[in-house]
Design a protein. Structure first.
Length: 620
């Protein structure tokens, strides 16, 4: 299994004794009896490790996450218990084991108010009967941070070790998966110092992994970014120990210095990508029986696209897992316009590109063989997909039209209706010209008409000042206060283009609904609501980064709420208000397309041109 291979290279299976807990508990208070025994068992130890690990799972069970709203996960339908009610009940139970467990929860919990309330309720009355380490379990000193990397680069294990005043030690291990978008795929804690963990990984690892020291500030930045990125994955990633270990991991991160730089994605320019393709096509590995060099190049270009824009950014990094993703999922969904009679030889192109890439990277021969074995294993899945009806004209037309209509191709699902495709039923899907005309009309509508479509570019929007002409005098003071917050937050969290769009939306909302300040005088709520509305509208198609490639700092409503200091429920409510107003007016969105949206349209236009060319070639 590819997953097993990935675990050997840097993923992991949860060791026994890590006390992984389900993400949700339907009623934490009702779980008192088994928790009492767990807590008592933990108190018999000479270290706070087990008690804190148990507390981590309980905190996670009561912490709302963005994916709760989106669905997914094995317990998505279970309501999160109220943390204050649940954890205060531990202390009020009168059971010593539950009180000590509540103190461990207070140690890890990110909410200082709730933590203080628990500690106050627990009181010092029974302190003499408690283990000595209980009073110092929050006092840790970081020993070191390490990173375990594999030459094939599927992901990194970042390890953080620490010590308690008693001398007890522990290590947190977070596996960051690059193939899934640089997210924390798993994390677990071990009651051992870094030496023991190092020996464990060396014993069970392979000869192609390297340990390196990691600046603690960099470790914090990388893990924090990967945790946030994982919040956008639906269904959420779950294992025996993740996300139950998340509160403990975040507690450890709070003990690391700030100011580190996260993952820096390599950027390959268009010229560099084309030069790489030219080199491959001219190489011995680029000669594929039954295909011309031009055909090989056309089929290899999406591989470079995938590796540069969807993986960790290196088109020469190929592993069994990345080959599996390309064959079983990405290539069949993303690549259109290449006839099935040509795609049936794609195995030769992919095998040649893997050999070419590994030669340039000096990858050991046994790893190249392992990667090619993955190609052989997953080729039947790919071969079946390219001969299915979805790969014919109908499937291509629907997919391209969905992209043109503004739907994210990553979210395509067999059960999606044809939203945004009004009129497709009237088109003869076997008439290439008719299909092309329909799709082009859809693109033109998204771009704002034929003239805009023909002149389409991805130049960033200008920094357009706020238009005061439609703002009534009585509303100008509050509008100015809202604008000041909006400008600051938009530029700090997103980019100048988003700030320009947000200014236009603010003016439109106040002009269309002057009573917006009467329903709520909070200017911070309106500013956050406008950004929440744009976040929902823009992230459906954008790569969550500015035109210059700088990632956005807030890519979820929770992150937006945290950054602005506006309560998440308030952000959601005002986002709804802004959406309701904007749906009632003709805003002219085509004039306010972010450069990333227009780049999306240009790519779709290219797909459509290729669709026509391929059909013309088939007619020859």
């Amino acid at each position: 299994m590819a997953q097993d291979r990935r675990h050997k290279r840097g993923g992991r299976t949860t060791p026994k004794g890590t006390h992984g807990r389900p993400t949700h508990l339907r009623s934490v208070p009702d779980a008192h009896p088994p928790l009492v025994q767990d807590a008592i068992d933990a108190l018999r130890e000479d270290s706070p490790f087990t008690l804190l690990t148990l507390a981590s799972g309980l905190i996670e069970a009561t912490t709302p996450r963005p994916t709760d709203e989106w669905g997914g996960g094995r317990n998505a339908t279970a309501a999160r218990p109220d943390p204050a009610e649940a954890f205060e009940s531990f202390v009020l139970s009168g059971l010593p084991g539950m009180t000590e467990l509540a103190l461990a929860i207070a140690t890890l919990h990110p909410d200082p108010v709730l933590a203080g309330r628990i500690q106050s309720l627990a009181g010092p009355s029974a302190a003499g009967r408690r283990p000595a380490w209980l009073s110092t379990m929050g006092d840790i000193s970081i020993d070191r941070a390490l990173v375990l990397s594999h030459v094939l680069g599927d992901g990194d294990n970042i390890m953080i070790s620490w010590s308690w005043p008693s001398g007890a030690k522990a290590t947190m291990v977070a596996y960051i998966d690059f193939n899934m978008g640089t997210i924390v795929k798993d994390a677990f804690a071990l009651p051992e110092g870094w030496n023991a963990v190092f020996d464990l990984f060396v014993t069970h690892g392979d000869d192609h992994s390297d340990f390196d020291p990691l600046d603690p500030a960099v470790a914090r930045a990388r893990i924090a970014e990967a945790i946030e990125a994982g919040e956008r994955v639906v269904p959420p990633i779950e294992s025996e120990s993740w996300p139950a270990s998340r509160p403990m991991l975040e507690w450890v991160l709070r003990h690391l210095p700030e100011g580190g730089v996260g993952f820096e994605r390599p950027e390959w320019t268009e010229a560099e990508r084309q030069a790489l393709l030219d080199e491959f096509v001219a190489s011995d590995e680029g000669a594929v029986r039954g295909l011309t060099r031009t055909q090989v190049r056309d089929m290899a270009e999406p591989l470079v696209w995938f590796a540069c824009d969807y993986g960790p950014g290196d088109p020469l990094r190929w592993s069994p897992v990345s080959v599996e993703i390309v064959l079983a999922d990405w290539y069949p969904r993303k690549v259109f316009g290449i006839p099935a009679k040509q795609l049936i030889r794609f195995d030769g192109v992919l095998a040649g590109f893997v050999r070419f890439a590994h030669k340039k990277r000096s990858i050991p021969a046994e790893l190249t063989l392992e990667t090619l074995e993955s190609l052989e294993r997953w080729w039947p899945v790919f071969a079946e997909s390219i001969t299915s009806p979805d790969r014919g004209p109908i499937g291509n037309a629907i997919s391209i039209a969905r992209i043109a209509a503004g739907l994210d191709p990553d979210d395509f699902d067999e059960e999606l209706d044809d939203e945004g495709l009004d009129g497709i039923d009237d088109v003869d899907i076997n008439d290439t010209d008719a299909v092309a005309d329909f799709l082009e009309a859809t693109l033109m509508e998204s771009a704002g008409g034929r003239a805009a479509y023909e002149a389409l570019d991805d130049v960033p929007l200008d920094d357009v000042p706020f238009d005061w002409s439609s703002i009534p005098e009585p509303l100008r003071e509050r509008t100015a206060s809202t604008l000041a917050l909006l400008d600051t937050w938009a530029e700090d969290l997103f980019d100048v283009e988003v700030r320009t769009i947000a200014r236009a939306v603010l003016a439109a909302v106040i002009e269309a609904d002057p009573a917006v300040f009467k329903r709520s005088a909070r200017v911070d709520a309106l500013a956050a609501g406008i950004l929440g509305f744009l976040l929902s509208r823009l992230t459906g198609r954008m790569p969550l980064r500015s035109h210059s490639g700088v990632p956005w700092k807030a890519t979820t409503k929770k992150a937006l709420a945290d950054a602005t200091g506006v309560n998440a429920s308030t952000v959601s409510a005002r986002t709804g208000t802004v959406r309701n107003v904007m749906e009632q007016i003709d805003f002219g969105w085509a004039s306010w397309l972010h450069s990333s949206q227009r780049r999306d349209l240009l790519e779709t236009k290219k797909i459509l041109d290729g669709y026509r060319i391929v059909d013309d070639d088939d007619d020859l």
